[in-house]
Ligand binder design. Structure first.
Ligand code: GLY
Length: 353
């Protein structure tokens, strides 16, 4: 697959990815290379990755604990200390080898350590390949509140090695697929239909490429999320609140990011039907397509109440107002929409019916 260019870095695929990395490492003469992994990517991805990296520069592996609950400033402090103790300097390189938690957190570590060192994202989950590793959003959660602390800072390159998807279980694969469905819903009805027709994740290569192109073209037009980039948050206003709520309530049975976003997309499609002209037939199509792939979550009255309370922490809010991304139709999103509070209960009722 041909590489995809952004305005400051390139996204390389498979064998091209290793060639690009080896070339860069040789040209840049880094003082040391650090690879950030979690215990899963340490075991499942690092051996394959290292077998294709050619360098004489010193390599150090830093391991963090896996999972969203470790995407915290405390983990950052541990890793900043590790870098310091292992003599990282401003000419060091950090390679983030992992899913969205590792690439978000690692990007933040690199952006802040000694005021910034180079970093490269090597996403190993579908979610990180099509979303988290692209576009320069880095950061950590604040308690259960998602991505409240962070900076936008672009990586030196992104290396998409599709073979790593084989290390994922079905649930993790489906989680990433939710972001791809979102790409169809916000930009391209034809792509949405193409995704609906897919049955196996192993055959996803062309769609991964399309999703990265869609995300990249949006980020290129609005890298710091002043306007257009907000469309990438369709399903995320309620989705993030749902994810945070379940993370805090029952860490062990928390929803994966894409599972929460899948619920958020149905709820926000319902709001779109009520407020921005999404047709009933398209609404039903969205609900049906998502529920075919994601287990229904059940919400008690007190859950909904607590989830709605969390909306006040959404990063798109301004002047005390919660701003939603809604759909005019499948393939066209509209940003900065306010939602009358009486519609939320209706939206949850529609999801559950
Ligand atoms: N994940 C949404 C964005 O990068 O803008």
């Amino acid at each position: 697959m041909e590489s995809i260019l952004t305005d400051s870095y390139a996204i390389y695929f498979d064998t091209q990815a290793y060639l690009a990395l080896n070339k860069l490492v040789k040209a840049k003469n880094y003082s040391k290379i650090f690879i950030l992994v979690d215990e899963n990517t340490h075991r499942d991805c690092l051996p394959l990755f290292l077998s294709s990296v050619e360098t004489t520069t010193d390599l150090e592996i830093i391991e963090m604990e896996a999972g969203e609950t470790h995407k915290t400033i405390e983990t950052c402090v541990q890793i900043w200390h590790a870098l310091s103790e292992l003599d990282a300097d401003r000419k060091s390189l950090l390679i983030n080898l992992g899913g969205g938690v590792v690439t978000d957190l690692g990007g933040f570590i690199a952006s802040t350590f000694k005021r910034g060192i180079d970093f490269i994202n090597v996403p190993t989950s579908l979610l990180a390949m099509v979303d988290a590793s692209i576009g320069g959003k880095t950061g950590v959660d604040l308690g259960a509140l998602k991505n409240q602390i962070g900076v936008i800072n672009q990586p030196g390159m992104v290396l998409v090695i599709v073979d790593f998807l084989k290390t994922l279980n079905k649930r993790q694969q489906s989680s990433g697929f939710a972001e791809m469905l979102k790409h169809g819903l916000i930009t391209n009805e034809g792509y949405w239909s193409e995704l609906k027709g897919l049955t196996a994740i192993e055959t996803l290569h062309p769609q991964i490429y399309t999703s990265i192109q869609i995300k990249n073209s949006i980020v290129l037009q609005d890298p710091t999320e002043q306007n257009l980039r907000k469309v990438l948050n369709f399903g995320h206003t309620l989705g993030h609140a749902i994810e945070s709520y379940f993370l805090e309530k029952d860490e062990k049975n928390a929803l994966l990011h894409g599972e929460a976003i899948a619920v958020g997309m149905i709820l926000e499609a319902f709001l779109s039907f009520k407020l921005t002209g999404l047709g009933k037939h398209q609404l039903e199509d969205i609900k049906h397509t998502i529920l075919e792939r994601y287990k229904k979550v059940s919400f008690k009255e007190q859950d909904i109440k607590a989830i709605l309370q969390l909306l006040k922490f959404d990063k798109k809010n301004s002047h005390g107002q919660v701003n939603f991304v809604l759909l005019k139709r499948i393939g066209e999103a509209v940003i900065d929409q306010q939602v009358p509070s009486n519609l939320f209960d209706e939206a949850f009722a529609y999801y559950e019916e």
